[in-house]
Design a protein around this ligand. Structure first.
Ligand SMILES: N[C@@H](CCC(=O)N[C@@H](CS)C(=O)NCC(=O)O)C(=O)O
Length: 218
């Protein structure tokens, strides 16, 4: 049985969502960001930086969400991947990694808005990271401007889980109103049975208590 090391509202949701989309049986090992469990020798033996997701599969452990999605699509759900030689292979790899280009700004904004106390926050960092996040969303919107239904024109794939999960968190910091194609894509994604099943399994909030975190006033 595949085991997903998971924390609610985190990057491991990318994997949880994919497992449901591809109908792959799995069990969850739930983790919390509170306390020091992610820094225990036992967990560091699974994930060297003490991060989620990590996936126990085929007699080994895989970490890094992009690598996990690539491995799962190659070994368990080829229709949701783009194998070498496929016309969309290059785009698939680009978007798979682009999920982290978006997520680096989400991590900064989460740290500022959720982890730090109000008096520790930097308005400069918050404004800059919000702007830089919006630039990454511009990139997705530009690609989807041709009317495609999914991030790859050929159909739903692992990159919808990768980038789509980042989009779900991005909208806690930026309203999507300015990007109608992203709003429409978001609405299609959350209507998917696989997404709904993953959300039901995600667990109680680990990070975000609010739907939206506005920029604090100066
Ligand atoms: N590039 C990694 C990043 C993993 C990562 O940073 N995960 C966060 C949750 S979203 C984490 O485990 N943070 C715990 C910590 O920093 O202690 C991936 O995509 O899997």
């Amino acid at each position: 049985m595949i085991t997903l090391h998971h924390a609610a509202q985190s990057r491991s949701f990318r994997i949880l969502w994919f497992l449901h989309e591809a109908d792959i049986p799995h069990r969850l090992e739930r983790h919390s960001f509170g306390g020091k469990a992610l820094r225990s020798p036992e967990f560091l033996a699974i994930s060297p930086a003490g991060r989620v997701p990590a996936l126990e599969i085929d007699g080994r452990v895989l970490f890094e969400s992009g690598a996990i999605l690539e491995y799962l699509s190659e070994t368990r759900a080829p229709a949701f991947g783009r194998a070498p030689g496929h016309a969309e292979r290059g785009d698939f790899l680009e978007w798979l990694h682009y999920g982290e280009t978006i997520a680096q700004h989400l991590a900064q904004l989460t740290f500022q808005q959720v982890v730090l106390r109000p008096d520790q926050r930097s308005l400069t960092v918050l404004k800059l990271e919000t702007l830089r996040l919006s630039r990454t969303l511009d990139g997705v919107a530009k690609a989807m401007d041709d009317g495609r239904e999914n991030l790859l024109p050929g159909g739903f794939s692992a990159v919808d889980c990768m980038v789509g999960s980042s989009l779900m968190i991005a909208r806690r910091f930026i309203a999507l109103d300015g990007w109608p194609v992203l709003t429409a894509w978001h609405d299609r994604l959350i209507a998917r049975p696989g997404y709904r099943a993953a959300l039901a399994q995600d667990g109680p909030p680990e990070l975000y208590q609010r739907d939206f975190y506005p920029l604090p006033q100066a």
